[in-house]
Structures are given as C-alpha cells and as structure tokens.
Design a protein around this ligand. Sequence first.
Ligand code: AHG
Ligand code: MN
Ligand code: MN
Length: 340
Amino acid sequence: MTNAGSSMITIERHIFLEQAAFPDASGTLTQLLYDIALAGKLIASRTTRAGLADILGATGDENVQGEEVQKLDLYAHRTIFQLTDHTGRLAVMASEEEKDIIAIPSKYPMGKYVLVFDPLDGSSNIDFNVSVGTIFAIYERKTESGPGTLRDVLQKGSDIVAAGYLVYGSSTMLVYAAGNGVNGFTLDPSVGEFLLSHPHIRLPERPKYYSVNQGYEKYWTEGIKRYTRWLQGEEGATQSLSLRYIGSMVADVHRTLLGGGVFYYPADSKDPKKPNGKLRLLYEANPMAFVIEEAGGYASTGRGAVRDVDPEDLHERTPLFLGSTELVRKAEEFIGQYDS
Ligand code: AHG
Ligand code: MN
Ligand code: MN
C-alpha cells in the first residue's frame, strides 16, 4: 500500500479543497453542505435502528431521553431544519413534508441561500429494511433581502448551485455536485466520518439496467409501452437491458448513476389526481437531474430537459426520465412519435 494517508480524504477536506471552484468564495456554501452531511449522519443512525423503535418505545427508553417515537420522515425533516435554521446561511427552506415554505425564525440572521429537500425518500420501504435516502438542492435567493419568499423557492433546476443525496443502505453514502463534477463519500461508522470513496463519478459508457415500476404498465401510454419494449431489446433495439426497481428513488438513481441505464417514472393514468406521475419536481426530480447531468447523463420530462421547467407550485409533480443520455433521448423520441 502506498501513500494511504494522502488518499484519505474526508468530506470536510474535500469541500474545503473544492471551495476555490465554488461560485461563492466566502465558504458559506461549503458550510451548508457540511451541515447537510451532519444531518445525514444523524438520520443514518436513526434509520439503522428503525426496527427497534417499537421495542424502545415499549421499554420507555425513548421517554427517558424526553423524546417521542417519531415517524422517521418527520425525524429527518426536523433534523435538517434544526441543523440549518440558525446558521445565517439560509433565507428560506422547503420540504416535501411541509405544505408551505419554511421561514427562518426571525431571531436568527437571514442568509443568501435556499434549501429544498425530501427528508426521507422511499419511506414506505423502511418496514422492509430496504434502502432509503435524503435528497437536497441549494439555490441562491432571488429576492434582495428580508425573509425569503415563495419566489426564492420556485426556481428552475438550471438555477441549482449544488445538489445531492444521501443513501442509507448497506452503507451510508453522500453524493453531491456543485458545478464541478460528482463525488461520492461513504460513512465510516467507526470514526463517524464521510470519506471520499467515489471521486469524479461519470455514468458508464455501456448502460446495464432500466428501472421503472413495470406493475403500472397497463396505465402507460403507447409511447411508454413501446419505449420499454425497446429497452428490453424489441422495437428495433440493438441491445437489451436488465430490469431493476427498488421503489426508493434515491437507491434507484444511485444504481443508475454508478451502473448506467435509465430510471423513469412516467405520466400514467393510474390516478387521475396525479396525471404527471408521482415524483415531485422540486424535491426529487430537479436535484437528481442536476447530479445525473453533472455526471454526463441527461434528465427529461419526456418532452424536454427537466431543468428548464418553470415551477408553479411547491409540490408539483413531473414525469421523469434520467440516466444515460442516449437512453433518455430515446424516451423523448418514442413519446414524440406515439403520444402527441
Ligand atoms: P417518498 O417516500 O419521499 O414519498 O418517495 C417515494 C417515491 C420514490 O422514492 C419512488 O421512486 C417512488 O415513490 C416509488 O413509487 P411506486 O411505489 O409508485 O413505484
Ligand atoms: Mn421521495
Ligand atoms: Mn419523502
């Protein structure tokens, strides 16, 4: 082994080294990313004890701590809020778990950034010991001063300054991009540090998997049905891909990023109240699109880049196709041809 010491890069050191390339030289953004990494450690330690919540509750252990047994997504939401509300780095926040924008308490200083997050993604998987995650995006505020407003939150994906996710899986990882490529860090639980394990992630040349909830096929349009058959090697395709679908977006996108392929959640006719599918533009689609595109991929609504969508509502949903560029372009082709 050579030079083991110098290859040990903690997230703190990495963020510090990257700082020069950040649009904000003051270091505020680096601190904000570090706040999120800390929140991730706390959430990870809770999710690994998820199955114990009832047992601990029954023995009263939680009460001794003065805490109630909370749903994990609310715990994740509160953890992120509490670690970032007082820092003077944010003007406003928005979370999938909160109907309206989240104001910074007036007793704290106002900052110039905006934090948008899905505190716990894939939470229905918790009961089955399957990976879940946290998704986040950071923007600069649009308004000049005072408390941040809805206008600061309703920004296009193309305005993202930094975005990423944590995946709480067989190990805990943090993956982020801030305009200078994508890097992945794995939490070493013995020392409580995120260490750089996946530098400069690029989508592989040869895609391996397609990822979609195939159980909804009967609700799909003709274009999506044909596109899926193309991925399977029909409809004139020259390759065929394997299917993987976890049902936790973070985990499905993480695999797509590392293994190549395409993840999609199309518009379908399953629920008339959700004509654009299930995924949320602000909390899920835009941050993941940013990461995938920073790694050389592409993210689309099926009719154009996700990053160009002008959001109108905090919780609006969007069809989403992301991953290897040529596969996502092919989805646009099928939709253009059959679903006009
Ligand atoms: P959340 O747990 O934040 O509500 O998100 C769940 C999402 C996403 O993680 C996943 O891709 C999708 O739900 C799966 O939905 P289906 O069960 O309809 O496939
Ligand atoms: Mn989610
Ligand atoms: Mn969620």
